[in-house]
Design a protein around this ligand. Structure first.
Ligand code: NAD
Ligand code: IPM
Ligand code: MN
Length: 352
């Protein structure tokens, strides 16, 4: 029997609650589909920061590097500034492990309260391929003339040819396995250095994939299309920031933040990939046991799929669909009154 070594970092807020449920479902899937999971849990979080002054130990990356995969809850909580907590854990891990693809698939799930809930499921199935290692997320810049009337800040973006090309290429390869359509999101009318560079590389890569339909859109217009004509989109490739924003929008139209999974992927397989919900630690509902665990359960399905356990991944997704379709167990975001634990257990039981 294959044994996978997995690291779990529940993190902060509802990250803790939903990760318990995702592990429950994965353990059930492992038992059912004939593989085994060896878990190690890491208490890296804002709580750790408050006690020890760091989100993770100095050798945190080295500690994680031997694992087959990482399941991350969410990071960030009031009391620790977001730029400290996120640049102390999530962002350095994505970079250290060269997880340059942030894959964020969404599809219209049964029983959701989306504004587009009336649509047919096949109209609303798309994937955001978000650049995950550079771009607008940059520590370069600074504050000048502090305290003076002419005070200003500079926030630099860094787009490398290698970084842009590899994410666009990944999107085209992925499109070949789906509907053969790629749409690139930029803002070349406003950002006159980075985005025209991205467009140029997009056109070059597109020329290598004549069988894939390619399109470029301004990200603002693309946001509108995503709501009004989502059936015209399939693979959407975007920079770090645009991909971040578009993925919350995509989540909202397909069922809400409680339902959208994500994978931080190192396509070479040389370092572990890391799976998490698209959502954050939701301090507004933390500690109440009412967060929707579906996003994290679907992220766990992406994790086992990444490990090659495709049948188990599909079974998890089918179990989620069955439970949502029945509609007996619903957390408050889905219009019900059930707990995180109840919904997680329902999905685990639906696995048989
Ligand atoms: P958020 O995603 O945590 O919450 C946004 C809204 O969606 C809230 O009203 C929340 O209650 C709701 N929501 C989110 N997940 C839900 C779920 N599973 N079930 C039901 N409702 C859910 O975004 P935010 O409020 O902007 O961020 C809160 C904290 O999380 C911040 O510190 C932020 O930096 C951090 N964050 C971390 C990650 C991550 O670790 N990957 C991602 C996003 C935000
Ligand atoms: C996400 C989050 C993070 C991001 C934040 C918390 C830094 O919003 O994973 O979507 O923007 O990458
Ligand atoms: Mn986000």
């Amino acid at each position: 029997m294959t044994t996978y070594r997995l690291a779990s970092i529940p993190g902060d807020g509802i990250g803790v609650d939903v990760t318990v449920e995702a592990r429950k479902v994965l353990d059930r899937a492992a038992a059912r589909f004939g593989f085994s999971l060896e878990w190690n849990e890491f208490d890296w979080s804002c709580e750790r920061y408050a006690q020890l002054g760091a989100m993770m130990p100095e050798d945190g990356v080295a500690q994680l590097s031997a694992y087959d995969g990482i399941l991350l809850g969410a990071v960030g909580f009031p009391g620790v500034p977001d730029h400290v907590s996120l640049w102390g854990l999530l962002i350095p891990l994505r970079r250290a492990f060269q997880q340059y693809v942030n894959l964020r698939p969404v599809r219209l799930l049964p029983g959701t309260t989306s504004v587009l809930a009336g649509r047919k499921a096949e109209e609303l199935e798309l994937v955001i391929v978000r650049e995950n290692s550079e771009g607008e997320y940059s520590a370069i810049g600074g504050r000048h003339n502090a305290g003076r009337p002419d005070e200003f800040v500079v926030q630099e973006s860094v787009f490398t040819r290698v970084g842009v090309e590899r994410i666009i290429r990944y999107a085209f390869e992925l499109a070949r396995t789906r509907s053969s359509r790629v749409c690139s999101a930029t803002k070349s009318n406003g950002l006159i250095h980075s985005m025209p560079f991205w467009d140029e590389i997009f056109a070059e890569v597109a020329a290598d994939f004549p069988d894939v339909h390619s399109e470029q859109m301004h990200v603002d217009a693309l946001a509108a299309r995503m709501v009004q004509a989502p059936d015209r989109l399939d693979v959407v490739v975007a920079s770090n920031l645009f991909g971040d924003i578009l993925s919350d929008l995509a989540a909202a139209i397909t069922g809400g933040l409680g339902m959208a999974p994500s994978g931080n992927i190192n396509p070479s397989g040389e370092s572990p990939s890391m799976f998490e919900a698209v959502h954050g630690s939701a301090p507004d509902i933390a500690g109440q046991g009412i967060a929707n665990p579906v996003a994290q359960i679907l992220a766990a399905a992406m994790l086992v799929e990444h490990l090659g356990e495709t049948v188990a991944a599909q079974a998890i997704r089918a179990a989620v669909d069955r439970v949502l379709d029945e509609g007996r167990v619903r957390t408050p975001d889905l219009g019900g009154t059930d707990t995180t634990e109840r919904l997680g257990t329902a999905v685990a039981e639906a696995l048989g």
